[in-house]
Write a protein that binds this ligand. Structure first.
Ligand code: G2I
Length: 449
């Protein structure tokens, strides 16, 4: 790869680090040093930096060279959409989706699933359906695809672009919407049941500031949280022109304050005098919102973009880094509110007992998913057991990152081989899915295997 030989890469790295030292020396205090790639820089604050990728381009050495070097998350640009995965009803094809997944796995990257239900790129057979037949087909699609990828997807765009543009703040008309206003929550529940580990996102565009459309989405998310509909995150596509809304960060923050993660999911910015500044502004906004877990750009080189002629990405047609690349890297290295603070900047209080456990629940009518956080006390633990009491009529149906004995009444969960040893104050999580309602009392925790 002549464009990215060692000497050129080293020179760019040194230049980038030098720029950061001047611009953000104070903010960097407490972190080891500025990192030299987008993914590594984002990872310093517990975030990811991803790209939308196309299966058909994975044979292009320049493309995969940049991908492997720079990014620690991937999104399939088209390969996991409905028309790609279920071209005729009930016949599922995962060849290209799996190629994206395997590329992500080979990189050790997070994989964002995109998108289970969207009114565009519906297969022809679904476009001509309506009513209960379509609703059944939609839910089957969500269940089948989320099940195929179960345990492998970091976050799913469960529903994409369901709100109308303009001032109404209302849902967009589509054959999906005409199956009933509850189609979105039904899709989220089906996705949770199929893959309890994936974060479930709603994703949309023109929601990049406080406006009627973003407020419509906000009201839906608030309603979902209040009723226990399983939603974990909101994606802000951020296909931007020549300006960034002044309330971009505060809009992300108001969603985060509802108790969901926020993610920048499809970032690209029209080339012009402001491109590098707008990219930096978006990155700084994400870094400043502790629940902003990562940023994805919608393509790698300008020539890979759906916005033909607008040169909206971080690498030029030849794969060279643009000014926007450097501005993003510097903003990532400048730090910000972190999703997982490093020990040097924040020392969590260490419980004094052997260990302690807390539960968070995502519930729906007839079922729930419980996430249990186990924290070691001041002596650390080598093996742990957590006891939880389920209400009568409830039962555990599946468990991950722990083993359970019993499934009703008082259920005991033990560590598996890779998460039993915890240093003082260190924590790990396991989870389980159940029918009925989840546990309400504080769990017990004891050490020793
Ligand atoms: O439209 C930009 C994005 C807006 N948000 C949702 C995203 O999923 C969407 O991505 C774009 C892809 O970047 C395009 O690559 O979605 C388009 C479809 O609406 C994708 O374009 C399609 C072409 O329209 C098809 O003709 C083509 O067969 O890509 C297909 C696969 O190459």
């Amino acid at each position: 790869m002549p464009l990215f030989g060692t000497s050129r890469r080293t020179a760019l790295l040194v230049a980038a680090v030098a720029g950061v030292t001047v611009a953000a020396g104070v903010a960097l205090a407490g972190t080891a040093e500025a990192a030299g790639t987008l993914g590594a820089s984002a990872a310093q604050s517990g975030r990811y930096f991803g790209a939308a990728i196309a299966a058909g381009k994975l044979g292009d050495a320049t493309y995969t060279g940049i991908l492997n070097r720079e990014f620690n998350a991937v999104t399939p640009e088209n390969e996991m959409k409905w028309d790609a995965t279920e071209p005729s009803q009930g016949r599922f094809t995962y060849t290209n989706g799996d190629r994206i997944l395997n590329q992500g796995i080979s990189m050790g990257a997070k994989v964002r699933g995109h998108a289970l239900l969207w009114y565009q790129q519906e297969p022809g057979w679904a476009q001509s359906m309506s009513g209960t037949a379509l609703r059944s087909a939609m839910m089957n699609h969500v269940t089948q695809v989320a099940t195929h990828y179960q345990g492998k997807i970091y976050a799913w765009d469960v529903v994409n672009e369901a709100f109308a543009d303009g001032g109404s703040g209302a849902r967009r008309d589509s054959n999906l919407q005409r199956t009933g206003n509850d189609w979105i929550e039904a899709a989220f529940r089906a996705a949770r049941a199929a893959d309890p580990n994936a974060k479930l996102c709603y994703n949309d565009y023109n929601t990049d500031g406080v406006n009627a459309k973003s407020t419509g989405v906000y009201n839906m998310v608030r309603d979902f949280k209040s009723r226990g509909v399983p939603i974990d995150c909101v994606g802000f596509q951020s296909h931007l022109g020549t300006g960034l809304p002044g309330d971009y960060q505060s809009n992300l923050q108001r969603f985060a304050d509802l108790g969901v993660d926020v993610q920048i999911t499809e970032l690209d910015v029209a080339q012009g005098g402001n491109q590098a500044n707008i990219y930096a502004g978006v990155t700084r906004a994400c870094m400043a919102v502790s629940r902003c877990t990562g940023i994805t750009v919608w393509g790698i080189r300008d020539s890979d973009s759906w916005r033909t002629g607008e040169n909206p990405l971080l690498f030029d047609n030849s794969g060279n880094k643009k000014a926007a690349y450097t501005s993003v890297l510097n903003a990532l290295n400048a730090g910000g509110g972190t999703t997982s603070p490093s020990p040097s900047t924040s020392t969590p209080p260490v419980p004094t007992g052997a260990c302690s456990a807390t539960v968070s629940l995502n519930s729906w009518n007839g079922g729930f998913v419980a996430t249990v956080r186990v924290t070691a006390g001041s002596a650390g633990v080598n093996g742990w057991a957590v006891g939880l009491t389920l209400p009568s009529g409830s039962a555990v149906t599946s468990t991950w990152s722990a083993t359970n004995s019993g499934s009703t009444g008082t259920v005991s969960f033990r560590n598996v081989d890779y998460n039993g040893t915890l240093a003082a104050g260190a924590a790990t999580e396991f989870g389980f899915q159940g029918t009925g309602t989840g546990p309400t009392a504080t769990p017990t925790c004891s050490a020793g295997s």
